[in-house]
Design a protein around this ligand. Structure first.
Ligand code: PNS
Length: 159
């Protein structure tokens, strides 16, 4: 039984994240999307808003669930008896940061393995930060995020 955590700040979830979740759900028995605070980012959406959006847009994937955690990811992996962390990798620019985190997580907990899934090329330019910037400046974000997330962004910035 492979139980995997898919951690991130998901502020907000994009179609790139959803692609990784879908692919992870075919490789693992259970995927627990885990929304965590990233101490170097100031989020636009609250943890509760992010969990709600992710739950809505992944509700049709049977073996995927969503939760939050505020401590060390590897401690949560222990609590959940999960031995796999899934991360998406877009470009070389992601590599250094992700590599560092994977090594630190393994140093903290040798029972946990990080598995990287490469983004699809159509999503390789996509990031939550860019989507927020485009939405804030009234640009079109259709096709970059799921419908409910697009609505939530428009509501946040323009209503
Ligand atoms: O989507 P992000 O912002 O790149 O995700 C980063 C995140 C939230 C996965 C990372 O900051 C994290 O794991 N935070 C939890 C605290 C922790 O375990 N820190 C040590 C990481 S090596």
């Amino acid at each position: 039984m492979i139980k995997a955590l898919y951690p991130g700040s998901f502020d907000p979830i994009t179609n790139g994240h959803i692609d990784i979740i879908q692919r992870a759900s075919t490789l693992c028995d259970e995927v627990l999307v885990t929304v965590l605070p990233n101490i170097s980012k100031s989020p636009l959406f609250s943890l509760e808003e992010r969990v709600e959006m992710i739950s809505t847009v992944t509700k049709n994937i049977e073996n995927v669930s969503v939760t939050t955690y505020s401590g060390l990811l590897v401690n949560f992996a222990n609590e959940q008896n999960a031995h796999v962390i899934i991360k998406g990798l877009r470009a070389v620019s992601d590599f250094e940061y992700e590599f560092q985190m994977a090594l630190m997580n393994r140093k903290l907990n040798t029972n946990v393995e990080t598995i990287f899934l490469m983004t699809q090329s159509k999503n390789s330019f996509l990031s939550s930060s860019l989507v927020k910037e485009v939405a804030r400046l009234n640009g079109c974000i259709t096709g970059l995020v799921p419908g409910p997330v697009e609505e939530a962004l428009i509501k946040k910035f323009h209503k």
